[in-house]
Design a protein around this ligand. Structure first.
Ligand SMILES: [Zn+2]
Length: 342
């Protein structure tokens, strides 16, 4: 099969479109013919290489996969060859206390397609049966691939970690990013008022179109001061953080009394300054969040299939142009997801 493969860590130029052996599905697995694979920031981290963590080369990136079942590795009730599906991005042991209590992203054997396992930058991928989510005929492959990782992440942050409630104010950083785009919509679905930030004029308009009630330019405006103004000096009950160093201090300053901050990433760097006086005096809660469970994906997916959650696809590229797609993602001028099509 054809795949976009990396043989070393580095710049987008390490992505090579080449022939690799077809994978095969074993017992408890299916083989999926990939029709679309969405890019995530995790792809950039995996391609560049993280200190102390590597992948065996050659490696195939790609966490977010949709396609058709090409083969079954054994009996699989309710699944058939040709069926249209998306894949839950994380795999786990399925037997430990974390897995069985619906916290599979805390499983010690948690693995993500494209980060720890061969991913979707390929014509075929093998997957455990338990990761397969059938999709209705009216849902396109590109949207289906753009959905899982970022909507799962944002659902876990807002619903399971922050317990967002009707009428609360929620600050979402970088509404044009995948997690930001998902968080704006999920917060609205639960009846919150959303203040979203973006870095350019046209992205502010797109954030509004997505459902944000208020939008702020995080390069040109004092976000914490504007949040206080927009909330009658109260601050927001929930902050959705994934930017890290560049926004962290302003996130803390934007929180209301007893506010909750949830973070799932640090795209601008890991060193955020926290003034502890704000943490105790305002009784703040700071929470980490990592992916989400298969059960949460199944909880969120019907909202996607019914059109209440919409993964925005900015642009689709042929798989052979994976390098160019990475360059576009690094330039950060897109709004929504970038998708590869084998
Ligand atoms: Zn487990």
């Amino acid at each position: 099969m054809k795949a976009a493969v990396i043989h070393e860590h580095g710049s987008p130029s390490v992505l090579r479109y080449e022939d690799v052996p077809d994978p095969t599905a074993g017992p408890g697995e299916v083989l999926v013919r990939v029709r679309a694979c969405a890019l995530n920031h995790l792809d950039l981290w995996t391609r560049r290489g993280l200190p102390g963590r590597s992948v065996p080369f050659p490696h195939i990136l790609g966490n977010d996969i949709s396609g058709e079942i090409a083969a079954l590795g054994g009996p699989a009730d309710g699944l058939a060859v040709g069926q249209r599906v998306l894949l839950s991005p994380g795999t786990s042991c399925g037997r430990c206390q974390a897995c069985l209590s619906g916290e599979d992203s805390s499983c010690r054997q948690y693995r993500i397609f494209g980060a720890h396992l061969p991913g979707g930058y390929a014509e075929l991928v093998r997957s455990p049966v338990t990761n397969v989510v059938p999709i209705p005929d009216h849902v396109g492959f590109e949207e289906a691939a753009a959905f899982p990782l970022v909507f799962l992440t944002a659902w876990h942050m807002l619903v399971s970690r922050a317990h967002v409630r009707l009428g609360e104010d929620v600050l979402v950083w970088a509404a044009g990013s995948g997690v930001g785009m998902a968080a704006v919509q999920i917060a609205k679905l639960f009846g919150a008022r959303v203040i979203a930030t973006a870095g350019r004029e046209e992205k502010l308009a797109q954030a509004k179109a997505l459902g944000a009630d208020e939008v702020l330019d995080h390069h040109r405006q004092d976000v914490a001061a504007e949040v206080r103004r927009l909330t009658g000096r109260k601050g927001v009950e929930v902050v959705i953080e994934h930017v890290g160093q560049a926004s962290w201090e302003r996130s803390i300053l934007s929180l209301a009394q007893r506010g909750r901050l949830v973070t799932c990433g640090a795209t601008t760097g890991p060193d955020g300054r926290t003034d502890l006086r704000h943490v105790f005096a305002k009784q703040l809660t700071l929470m980490g969040s990592y992916m989400g469970s298969k059960a949460e994906l199944l909880e969120a997916a019907p909202h996607f299939f019914a059109g209440r959650l919409r993964p925005l696809v900015h642009e689709a590229f042929p798989l052979a142009d994976a390098r160019r797609a990475h360059e576009v993602m690094e330039a950060s001028e897109h709004f929504g997801k970038l998708v590869l099509r084998p």
